[in-house]
Structure formats: structure tokens, C-alpha cells
Design a protein around this ligand. Structure first.
Ligand code: DGL
Length: 262
């Protein structure tokens, strides 16, 4: 039984392909594991949905991943983590759940006294979970930006639209901020473009590599690290009903995994 559990999959999901920025960090330190990545394109964006809808969708995805023999589930979506992780932890007590959150504590620890913006979805910024974190580590120099629609534009992958969106929505912070928290897993995919619009020497904060270390610690502690010697497999699943969309996302997903940006 133990052996079977160790060779189980690592399940990971996001509302789309943004969670690949988390998976990329995980694979660096856990290369021999098998992964199932679920991109919920059919239901994205999560950022503007009601809490109940997100919780229900996360439950469905959990059911699917548990059935596919996942030994641990990574919520690689800040919005889903913010609104559904407590409920899911309560419901799935037997399966470790690792959830991403905006790396605001890192600002507190490494770059406290600086003008900061936190970019995230409306769902994340309005959530109770994020607000607890924010008030605990508030540096009193922070603006919270609800980037409505940005994850969609990134999913679409049109570079001109991305640039226009950024100019319009964060252009006013050009050379006025030093810290940027990328509080949505899609945003590290356009970190370079964000840096170009903000100018100067901005520091980016993103919780993915911390999450990867935490995941490894949890698997070690529970004796769930695979004994596999060769590289693991990464399976990509996308819920879009259109084959063309699924194929396009799959291609971008594997490209991002190899380190390409847009
Ligand atoms: N990638 C998701 C996150 O980290 C959000 C995108 C969406 O709005 O669906 O919050």
C-alpha cells in the first residue's frame, strides 16, 4: 500500500495555463515524480466568479484528481487557494493539499520599506484569506491592484493586447514602485512585459519556488517521494470543449515548461 502511494501522481490545477509557472518550479526539485496538470479553460476566469462557484468547481477537480491516484494536490491558482483551500482541507483530510498564495510576506522579509503593488484577481484581493495575510504584513506603502481580465488576455496569448492592458492599468506606476507581488499564477509569464512598463529596477515576488520547497518537505515528511530513477511524466488535461483550444493550450503549456515565456 505504501509503495503504491509513493508512486502516485502529483495533481496540480489552475483555471488555465498559469499554474505552469508553479509546476515549472516544482519539476526543478522533484524531477522524478509523475504529474497530472488540469487546466480548467472551460470555466476560466475564476477571478471574477462567486465564491460558491469556485468552491464547487474545485471540488469537482479534486474528485477527478483523487480518482486518478494523486497522492497530493497542488492548488496552483491564487484565487482558488484564497477562496476554497480551507473548505477543501476540511473535506479531504486524507490527502495533503498545498496551496499557493501571493508572496506578500516575502516583501515584509526582504524589501519592507519600499513602494509596493500587489497584482492579483478581484477574487484574491477581496478574499478573507488574503486580507489576513495583507494586514499581518502591511508595510503601509502598498497598493492592491485588482487586475480584472489580465489572466484572460494572457490565456489568449496576444502580445499587443497584453502590452495595451499593462499600459492602461499599471502605466501610472511607472518608476513609482520598487516591489511587485505577482499574486496570480498567470502573471510570471509576462514578468518581462510588466517590468518594461514599470521601468526602473523593480523586484518581483512570486511564491512558486517557496511552494515547491514546501511540497518537497511535505512529501519527505510523509514518506511519499517516488523511488523512480528516471524523469517522471507530465500529463496535461484541459477542460475546454473545443479541440482547437485544447491543442493550442497544450502546446503553450509544454513550451512554458521548457522555459519559454510568450
Ligand atoms: N491563475 C489564477 C490565479 O492565480 C487566476 C486566473 C483567473 O482569474 O482565472 O489567481
Amino acid at each position: 500500500m505504501k509503495k503504491e502511494a509513493k508512486e502516485g501522481n502529483i495533481g496540480i490545477f489552475d483555471s488555465g495555463i498559469g499554474g505552469v509557472t508553479v509546476l515549472r518550479e516544482i519539476v526543478k526539485i522533484l524531477p522524478n515524480e509523475n504529474y497530472i496538470y488540469y487546466s480548467d479553460s472551460k470555466n476560466n476566469p475564476y477571478g471574477d466568479k462567486k465564491k460558491e462557484e469556485i468552491v464547487q468547481r474545485c471540488e469537482e477537480l479534486f474528485g477527478f484528481l483523487v480518482e486518478r491516484k494523486c497522492k497530493v494536490i497542488v492548488i496552483a491558482c491564487n484565487t482558488a487557494s484564497a477562496v476554497a483551500s480551507s473548505y477543501l482541507r476540511e473535506k479531504y483530510k486524507n490527502i495533503p493539499i498545498i496551496a499557493i498564495e501571493p508572496a506578500y510576506k516575502m516583501v515584509h522579509d526582504y524589501s519592507y520599506d519600499k513602494e509596493t503593488i500587489v497584482m492579483a484577481t478581484k477574487g484574491t484581493i477581496e478574499s478573507e484569506k488574503f486580507n489576513l495575510l495583507y494586514h499581518k504584513y502591511d508595510n503601509h506603502k502598498t497598493k492592491l491592484l485588482e487586475c480584472v481580465g489580465l489572466a484572460d488576455v494572457i490565456e489568449e496569448g496576444n502580445e499587443d493586447k497584453i502590452k495595451k492592458y499593462l499600459e492602461k492599468n499599471i502605466g501610472q506606476y511607472r518608476r513609482k514602485v520598487e516591489n511587485v507581488v505577482l499574486g496570480c499564477t498567470h502573471y510570471p509569464l509576462i514578468q518581462e512585459e510588466i517590468g518594461q512598463v514599470l521601468g526602473g529596477n523593480v523586484k518581483f515576488f512570486n511564491g512558486a519556488s517557496r511552494l515547491a520547497i514546501h511540497l518537497k518537505d511535505v512529501l519527505e515528511e510523509k514518506d511519499l517521494i517516488s523511488n523512480r530513477k528516471e524523469s517522471g511524466k507530465i500529463e496535461f488535461i484541459d477542460s475546454s470543449l473545443e479541440e482547437k483550444t485544447r491543442t493550442k493550450k497544450e502546446k503553450r503549456f509544454y513550451k512554458f515548461l521548457e522555459g519559454e515565456e510568450l
